[in-house]
Design a protein around this ligand. Structure first.
Ligand code: HEM
Length: 128
């Protein structure tokens, strides 16, 4: 889900030597921007960027970065998100609130600013 709608927008880098990235020459000292959201929706890598295939896309997923600066908070963030999602879906069936539509964040942030939901109680046999 975070690949489809990456909350982490971009980072800057300064090239330490002349190089070429995907056919584009980059000179030493030039500042470049890593657009994580675009990279995570690259159709050359993921096919249809809207497709949801956690197993197939897992190894190419760049939500937590890659290389020497890969996110050291990966385990903590993933654990917190799992705990949150489990708590929400075990408390009821999440439904959007009709008169309070979700509000998107604005750049340079991403994701949702607010996403009001009702948790509709479910019979015990349907609880997750
Ligand atoms: C969903 C949540 C998170 C996402 C999507 C995320 C994403 C990222 C990404 C893409 C990078 C790479 C930045 C780069 O290449 O320059 C990064 C670096 C980093 N993250 Fe996270 N992160 C998350 C949560 C956390 C948490 C919970 C912590 C700490 C408790 C954390 C601490 C850091 C630090 C310290 C770095 C810098 C590592 C370095 O430059 O060597 N992150 N994160």
């Amino acid at each position: 889900m975070l690949r489809l709608d990456d909350p982490f927008v971009s980072n800057r880098r300064v090239a330490v030597r002349d190089t070429v990235v995907a056919g584009c020459p980059v000179r030493a000292g030039e500042e470049i921007v890593l657009d994580w959201r675009a990279a995570n929706r690259d159709s050359d890598i993921f096919g249809d960027p809207e497709s949801f295939d956690p197993d197939g896309h897992g190894t190419a997923n760049l939500v937590y970065g890659v290389g020497p600066h890969v996110c050291p908070g990966t385990g903590l963030a993933t654990r917190q998100l799992r705990i949150l999602l489990r708590a929400v879906i075990s408390a009821g069936r999440p439904e959007l609130v009709p008169d309070q539509p979700p509000v998107r964040e604005h750049a340079p942030a991403a994701g949702f600013r607010t996403l009001p939901i009702h948790l509709v109680p479910e019979a015990p046999e349907h609880r997750r």
